[in-house]
Design a protein around this ligand. Structure first.
Ligand code: 5GW
Ligand code: MN
Length: 350
């Protein structure tokens, strides 16, 4: 205590009171300028620091650092659902992947994704919502080609598209039976995959048109060959799967076989894998036709047969194909792609 008082006393005695004020004020000014200098030069030098040090980095990382929580081995994010098939294909649920990492990987490859959709006859009415919601949620930040198969090209709505996204209208014939409209998609997809898609896109995502995007559907779905768990059967036992059970059909699946029941309304993969799948399914449909038999759920039955013997490399959870008529189970953290309610009598066969 005495020591401190002594020091102050010395200062007090050495300078006049007015000088002390000036000195205090200039010290304050120095600190303020110093602080400002530090802040402003700090931000710019930080950026150049990262770039310059990283260019010399062994791994040559020029991008800003990506900060995210470490993957947890002992406490995985979604241990309430199956996240991997027995053949090691990931099952995609919210919480099982990191969009930032995946977006970065696919951006580096400059991937273009083709989204194929059929709008035959009255089903053109679904296109507007389908395209508008796809612009908001489908493959945001990536290159996208929408391939619209229709018999009514003049009725395809004009929707504002973001950069790197295109609409391609492909005129196709119409078939009188709805079963035929649905099944012929396999034939047209295989034909156009070989003729056109192979030159234009890396992946194809093949979907129903009576749908709307309601949340992000991004590159996490992409893989060589992917299928989607049918929202009505993801929790069901094998015996209740509605596979084709008549041995006379090419889509026949014995009762003691089957992994999942896949939905026909959304599948995809590389153009080559989609070509192989759609060609095989179309051929099987033609064999059935020649034999006077049609599979119980048309092309969906053939798709299920195909996936049983050609295992998908990725499986989408029902988040990617939901229908609100099935309620909102706790397991479903996101409803990304939703069935649009339709008046069957009014919309069909017009
Ligand atoms: C017409 C009548 C009955 C069933 C389907 C159609 C139909 C289907 C049609 O007239 N036009 C047409 O483009 N489609 C395509 O087939 C649409 O892309 C449609 O999303 C897909 C499957 O038919 P959906 O959506 O009626 O089948 P569900 O099982 O989703 O009801
Ligand atoms: Mn549908």
């Amino acid at each position: 205590m005495d020591k401190h008082q002594g020091k102050t006393g010395v200062v007090k005695g050495y300078f006049p009171k007015s000088h002390l004020h000036v000195m205090g004020f200039s010290t304050l000014l120095c600190f303020s300028f110093g602080y400002l200098w530090y802040v402003f030069s700090g931000t710019s030098s930080k950026v150049s620091d990262t770039t310059s040090s990283n260019t010399q980095d062994f791994h040559n990382i020029k991008k800003p650092r990506m900060i995210y929580t470490k993957p947890q081995i002992l406490k995985p994010p979604r241990c309430d659902v199956l996240m991997m098939t027995p053949w090691f294909a990931p099952i995609v649920w919210e919480g099982t992947y990191n969009s930032e990492i995946l977006n970065e990987q696919f951006r580096q490859r400059n991937v273009t994704v083709g989204l194929t959709v059929f709008a035959i006859k009255k089903y053109v009415v679904f296109l507007k919502t389908f395209l508008e919601t796809a612009e908001t949620y489908f493959m945001v930040g990536h290159r996208v080609n929408y391939y619209i198969f229709t018999d009514r090209p003049e009725e395809v709505p004009k929707v504002a598209l973001k950069e790197g996204r295109n609409v391609v209208v492909l005129q196709v014939q119409n078939y009188p039976r709805w079963q035929e409209i649905s099944m012929r998609r396999m034939e047209m997809l295989s034909y156009f995959s070989q003729q056109r898609f192979i030159n234009e896109v890396s992946y194809l995502v093949c979907v129903d048109v009576d749908m709307r995007f309601n949340d992000q559907v991004g590159v996490e779905i992409l893989s060589d060959l992917f299928g989607t768990l049918h929202p009505g059967f993801y929790a069901a036992e094998r015996r209740s799967f509605t596979y084709e059970r008549r041995p006379a059909s090419q889509a026949y699946v014995p009762s003691d076989e089957g992994d999942f029941y896949y939905m026909g309304s959304i599948f995809g993969g590389t153009v080559m894998e989609v070509y192989k799948l759609t060609k095989k399914c179309h051929e099987a449909i033609m064999v059935d036709k020649a034999n006077g038999i049609e599979a119980i759920w048309q092309e969906e039955s053939h798709l299920n047969k195909y996936f049983l013997y050609h295992k998908p490399t990725k499986i989408l959870s029902p988040e990617y194909m939901w229908d609100d008529n099935l309620g909102r189970p706790e397991i479903l953290k996101k409803r990304r792609f939703l069935a649009v309610p339709k008046n069957h009598a009014a919309i069909r066969n017009k």
